[in-house]
Design a binder for this molecule. Structure first.
Ligand code: ADP
Length: 180
């Protein structure tokens, strides 16, 4: 489903993020900006050596990317022109600032998109795979922080959440449907 937030389409769809044709896709990165996990491994493989070299340069320059922050590279061999590498929190039970870190990670990715005048962007479900964040909570945060951002700042035409599994898709759809 999708909703209009000001001039932006905010939507949820089922699919593979590496195949998206939005101007930017977001990677569920780790702090070292190295390939690995599920989405991250898939994006690094599909992005190829040029994108990986850009990650290596950022690592050399600033030592990586802490949780809650995001960095931008080209999309390399992907259809997307840019990849925003966003580092979400590792779930440690919920009392270690995970929610704040997740919110900041989304906000910083959206800010980067605006700074680069990106019009269309796709997010995967950050932190809910290997990082263990419960998807119900994570989806509510992802949708609400994005919606709040879009209500404050114009410039983005489309924001999509792209979920791999039918069950994750259902959860995000419900989060979008019920968000205030
Ligand atoms: P994190 O380390 O932030 O938890 P993961 O890469 O482990 O990130 O997974 C995040 C989510 O992305 C998981 O729900 C996983 O099912 C999903 N996922 C895996 N591959 C893809 C893909 N190609 N496109 C979209 N989502 C994917």
């Amino acid at each position: 489903m999708e909703k209009a937030i000001g001039e932006t389409r905010l939507g949820v769809l089922q699919g593979d993020i590496t195949q998206q044709t939005t101007e930017a896709i977001v990677n569920a990165a780790n702090s070292r900006l190295l390939g690995g996990g599920e989405v991250n491994g898939a994006i690094h493989r599909a992005g190829g050596p040029r994108m990986m070299a850009e990650c290596a340069r950022i690592r050399l320059r600033q030592g990586g990317c802490p949780p809650g922050e995001a960095v931008l590279t080209s999309g390399g061999n992907l259809k997307a022109k840019y990849v925003i590498h966003m580092v979400g929190p590792i779930w440690r039970g919920g009392n270690y600032g995970e929610e704040t870190v997740l919110r900041n990670a989304y906000l910083n990715s959206l800010r980067l998109a605006l700074a680069y005048k990106i019009k269309t962007i796709s997010f995967p479900s950050i932190s809910t795979g290997a990082y263990g964040y419960p998807i119900q909570e994570a989806s509510t945060i992802a949708i609400s922080v994005t919606k709040e951002f879009l209500q404050q700042y114009a410039g983005l035409a489309e924001v999509w959440f792209v979920l791999f599994s039918p069950e994750d898709f259902r959860v995000y759809n419900e989060a979008l449907r019920t968000c205030q």
